[in-house]
Write a protein that binds this ligand. Structure first.
Ligand code: KIV
Length: 273
């Protein structure tokens, strides 16, 4: 069990992630949305925990990330922070809270930081969100970028297919990554883009690049914890490696409980007062 646990129990900071990139050490990142899962993920040695707006899908059953609200993200992030000792906790700014007015973006960012105790925020987009990112950074809040397949723009894309396969989109992504790094982001997530493009970006910027469906050259990897634990049977993209089959494990356990209750096996004499 201890094989995969980290020796270094110090709290992970944005500076440590930068040192990991410099030292060629890979960064492991997973999502969490609640206290119990966050305790497990943190205890297993994950470096960065993302309170992703994928909570909209995994926790609330929505088809997209668009419906989740600022208050709901604050609730999830606050629950996660209570369960974490070591990992850097990053919270997604939800759709609509940073795209319209940079000052509103900064106000919403400050609210998330104050009400959750998380360590940093993640925003989707490139050049178009730089004014908002700048004001948030000016408020002293670390920002992680997110390029490639940005799920908050799914209605514009119209598909969850691989992004930036065409030269023009790849060129915009390169420029966006440089702009986010230049303005002062501490890391960037690249989602579902060609591995060669992700490799190029990883070597051309000096901040950590975390990939999801972006190949092995990135400085780190992120997955949605429900997907990698096999809790979600209907989602099987090529990039997903399943490390468990919790859907079946949990269904069996709950089925056994149901039969034990119905057959009067549970509770037995030792399980009562
Ligand atoms: O919300 C999320 O889970 C994410 C990851 C897929 C990177 O943004």
């Amino acid at each position: 069990m201890a094989g995969y646990l980290v020796d270094d129990t110090r709290k992970v900071t944005t500076h440590r992630l930068f040192e990991m990139k410099q030292g060629g050490k890979k960064i492991a990142m997973l999502t969490s949305y609640d206290y119990t899962m966050a305790q497990i993920v943190d205890g297993a040695g994950v470096d960065v925990i993302l309170v992703g707006d994928s909570a909209s899908n995994t926790m609330a059953g929505n088809l997209t990330t668009l419906p989740i609200t600022l208050d709901q993200m604050i609730y999830h992030a606050r629950s996660v922070v209570r369960g974490v000792k070591r990992a850097l906790v990053v919270c997604d700014m939800p759709f609509g809270t940073y795209q319209v007015d940079p000052q509103d973006a900064a106000r919403n960012a400050i609210r998330i930081m104050q009400e959750t105790g998380c360590d940093a925020l993640k925003l989707e987009g490139g050049e178009e969100i730089i004014p908002a990112v700048k004001l948030i950074l000016d408020a002293g809040i670390p920002v992680m970028g997110h390029l490639g397949l940005t799920p908050q723009s799914i209605n514009k894309f119209g598909t969850y297919a691989v992004r930036a396969k065409e030269a023009a989109e790849a060129e915009k992504l390169r420029n966006d990554a440089l702009a986010l790094a230049d303005v002062g982001c501490f890391a960037i997530v690249l989602e579902k883009i060609p591995a060669l493009l992700a490799q190029e970006v990883t070597t051309s910027v000096n901040i950590p690049i975390i990939g999801i469906g972006a190949g092995g050259a990135c400085d780190g990897q992120v997955l949605v914890v429900h997907d990698m634990l096999g809790m979600n049977k209907g989602f099987s993209p090529k990039f997903l490696r399943r490390y468990a089959n919790l859907f079946d494990v949990m269904t069996d356990a709950i089925g056994n409980y149901v039969s034990d209750v119905k057959s009067r096996d549970f509770p037995n004499a030792d399980e009562q007062y």
